[in-house]
Design a protein around this ligand. Structure first.
Ligand code: C2E
Ligand code: MG
Ligand code: MG
Ligand code: MG
Length: 281
């Protein structure tokens, strides 16, 4: 009996593994032609000044709609784009879209506004990244301060000297550097000490339960105090409810992002938020 059970378990796992591998290969194949087929687009989620409840910036987020597979989530396709190196050209597309859109907004609304773009480890290992960004700043007449680059500690963990040089070059140019998903890694604290961060984004997994989990609330409260003590802008990610919002305010958190204020939306929809300025829930 146990032998049979063992075999079934084995079959179950191999079947699942085969399915995962097949899905991965399918995604990889479609990713290769996605740029040419114009299947990507970039949407924007407001970053909100919590006290005044006004929009002060945006995060650019990539979306992919494939003719065969439909919408594929970034959490699924970004790692594959990363492993195959495709993220380098896809990332250039995201940067250009974000720069173009923010340059339009700054002109149209005469606002001093910042847009954040996620940059993955493989992009930082690309020797052309800094130059590419410099060219885009010129092309869209943007000051470096209009852009913030979001990195996770995965970028820093690779131990490439090149990444340190790129980060310090970008920082010297005046570009903001943001630590994304703070708290989820292994050594966020030591990286905070060694790199020129401007912003700290507290991961949404910590924000999720702050209204019911005293420990999570303590961790978030400590992260806010520490970030602000270091002179960083602290952003709470994944604010979904009025109760979370109130608690964050009580703990002096200045900035937030989340479905309570707005989901990520296309640029034209984002403009409606800019026109009213205020985000209601
Ligand atoms: P991230 O950079 O931490 O982005 C925040 C994610 O949280 C986004 O998911 C956003 O839609 C989601 N989010 C925002 N507010 C809420 C909320 O209130 N509740 C919940 N449950 N989620 C919320 P998204 O767009 O699916 O992106 C997932 C991840 O994929 C991003 O995490 C980022 O690591 C990566 N990613 C997205 N776009 C890009 C890109 O252009 N380049 C790179 N390298 N990575 C990207
Ligand atoms: Mg991010
Ligand atoms: Mg994040
Ligand atoms: Mg993330």
């Amino acid at each position: 009996h146990s032998k049979e059970q063992g075999r079934n378990t084995y079959n179950f796992y191999t079947e699942k593994m085969n399915k995962d591998v097949a899905r991965r290969l399918l995604i990889e194949e479609h990713l290769r032609s996605a740029l040419n087929k114009d299947e990507f687009y970039v949407i924007f989620q407001p970053v909100v000044d919590l006290r005044r409840r006004v929009v002060i910036g945006a995060e650019a987020l990539l979306r992919w709609n494939n003719s065969e597979m439909g919408n594929v989530q970034p959490d699924e396709f970004i790692p594959i784009a990363e492993q195959t190196g495709l993220i380098v050209t896809i990332g250039q597309y995201v940067l250009e879209q974000a720069f173009m859109v923010i340059s339009g907004w700054r002109e149209k609304y005469a606002i001093d506004f910042q847009v954040a773009v996620n940059i993955s480890p493989r992009q930082f290992r690309d020797a052309g990244l800094v130059e590419y960004i410099q060219k885009l700043l010129e092309k869209y007449s943007l000051p470096a301060s209009a852009i913030e680059l979001e990195i996770t500690e995965g970028v820093l963990m690779t131990g490439h000297g090149m990444i340190d040089v790129a980060l310090s070059d970008l920082n010297k140019m005046g570009m903001g550097i943001s630590m994304d998903d703070f708290g989820t890694g292994y050594s966020s604290l030591s990286y905070l000490r060694s790199y020129p961060f401007d912003t700290l984004k507290v991961d949404k997994s910590f924000i999720n339960d702050i209204t019911v989990d005293q420990a999570d609330l303590q961790l978030v409260s400590a992260a806010i105090a520490m970030g602000q003590g270091l002179g960083l802008k602290v952003i709470a990610e994944g604010v979904e409810t009025e109760e979370q919002y109130q608690l964050l305010l009580d703990h002096q958190c200045e900035y937030g992002q989340g479905y309570l204020f707005s989901r990520p939306v296309p640029a034209d929809e984002f403009e409606l938020l800019l026109e009213t300025g205020v985000v209601h829930s």
